[in-house]
Design a protein around this ligand. Structure first.
Ligand SMILES: NC(=O)c1ccc[n+]([C@@H]2O[C@H](COP(=O)([O-])OP(=O)(O)OC[C@H]3O[C@@H](n4cnc5c(N)ncnc54)[C@H](O)[C@@H]3O)[C@@H](O)[C@H]2O)c1
Ligand SMILES: [Fe+2]
Length: 355
């Protein structure tokens, strides 16, 4: 079956467009009991951006902490707070931050209208009811979470997204100015998430004529940002993230992402850093891209962590391999239908050990 994908229906792009959020929300503020839930990365607690948020006295602002990658328990906790606020469901959920905060906002908007725990919906197309209207506002570019149909969560048993058409944002607001305060290292790691999305999308069996130009364009934008730099690099990175997300939506990610999920679930290593650690060791699979990646690392004076896995025990290795192997569609995309004979547990362990 060919995928019939849902896209974000409204996209606002441009420097300063954040100030149009108030206008976008007017039609959601009609009812007497209506309120809007703002889920905002707590990095902005002291920022001037706080004054520019179109908050009304009846709204609920919850600061989101992303020191750890999003967990299902945290999503459930935020959902309970929102449900208990007035006894009604909010008219809209606004998620403002990097990939972690956007994923939390997507998941909370789903859990406000679906029973149980968010862990029950980790997988593909398990969500029954449409989400509350939700808006994504990235403040860090690269993950493509603003455009994807998944909300990636660490649950009791696995790191896996809530993948569904209802997960997709109804509106996104892409304002490159919001990303200007990101520390350089973080900007690089999340930017490389996008670079790796494109490389993996473009190298595998799911690639098609729809995903290819998006991936190629995003790859070119990443090169311009991390090899040439320049004035427009915040704008370019924001569009690379979007195009990269569009490319994987119609294709798939690959080996690096499967390995990186194991790193983050078992060792708590953040996605962007884990991707860089894994990609650095994948010269056998993506040789030219790994060479180019190393050039970007050098040019941006980044030190990719190495030997972090030196002292981990057998049990941790086994759990990382288990998590990586859950992601069957990624392996099949990267290595073809016979991937199980190529990517054995021993080979995955070798790759982890080389990091
Ligand atoms: N849904 C998807 O399609 C998708 C795709 C890829 C990755 N992800 C997920 O995204 C998460 C990673 O997201 P990320 O790399 O964007 O990082 P992040 O959201 O975890 O944020 C990283 C750090 O940057 C800070 N930050 C964010 N915006 C800032 C700003 N403007 N100024 C200063 N600091 C800022 C945050 O506070 C945090 O400390 C992972 O959990 C990963 O699993 C999701
Ligand atoms: Fe990613």
């Amino acid at each position: 079956m060919i995928k019939n994908l849902k896209n974000v229906s409204h996209i606002l792009f441009g420097r300063g467009c954040f100030d149009q959020l108030e206008e976008i929300l007017i039609e959601k503020r009609q009812g007497r009991d209506s309120f809007i839930l703002f889920l905002v990365d707590d990095v902005f607690i002291e920022s001037p951006l706080r004054e520019r948020m179109p908050l009304k006295p009846q709204d609920l602002l919850l600061w989101v902490n992303v020191a750890d990658e999003p967990k299902t328990a945290y999503v459930d906790e935020l959902t309970q707070k929102a449900k208990g606020f007035t006894g009604h469901v909010p008219e809209a959920v606004i998620g403002m931050g990097g990939g972690s905060t956007m994923d939390i906002a997507k998941a909370v908007s789903l859990m406000l209208t679906n029973p149980g725990s968010s862990a029950d919906y980790q997988g593909w197309d398990l969500v029954k009811n449409p989400a509350v209207y939700h808006v994504g506002i990235p403040t860090l570019s690269g993950t493509g979470a603003e455009v994807s149909r998944t909300a990636v969560l660490n649950g009791p048993q696995k790191k896996l997204g809530i993948n569904s058409n209802y997960t997709v944002f109804d509106q996104i607001l892409l304002d490159p100015e919001l990303t200007s305060g990101v520390p350089e290292q973080q900007r690089f790691y999340t930017g490389m998430d996008c670079y790796i999305h494109c490389v993996e999308s473009l190298h595998g069996t799911c690639l098609n004529a729809f995903a290819k130009p998006y991936g190629e364009k995003a790859l070119g934008l990443c090169r311009s940002v991390f090899l040439d730099g320049g004035q427009d690099s915040y704008d370019n990175m924001m569009m690379a993230s979007y195009f990269g997300g569009m490319s994987i939506a119609h294709s798939q990610v690959g080996i690096c992402h499967a390995l990186s999920y194991g790193l983050s679930y078992v060792l708590g290593i953040h996605h962007g850093i884990g991707n860089c650690m894994a990609f650095n060791c994948l010269g056998d699979y993506y040789p030219e891209s790994v060479r180019e990646f190393r050039l970007m690392v050098e040019k941006n004076e980044i030190i990719v962590p190495h030997n972090l896995l030196e002292d981990i025990d057998e049990d941790a290795f086994e759990r990382m391999i288990d998590i990586a192997l859950v992601l069957e569609p990624l392996w099949e995309h990267a290595l073809g239908a016979g991937w199980k004979t190529i990517m054995t547990r021993e080979r995955i362990k070798e790759l982890y050990a080389s990091m």
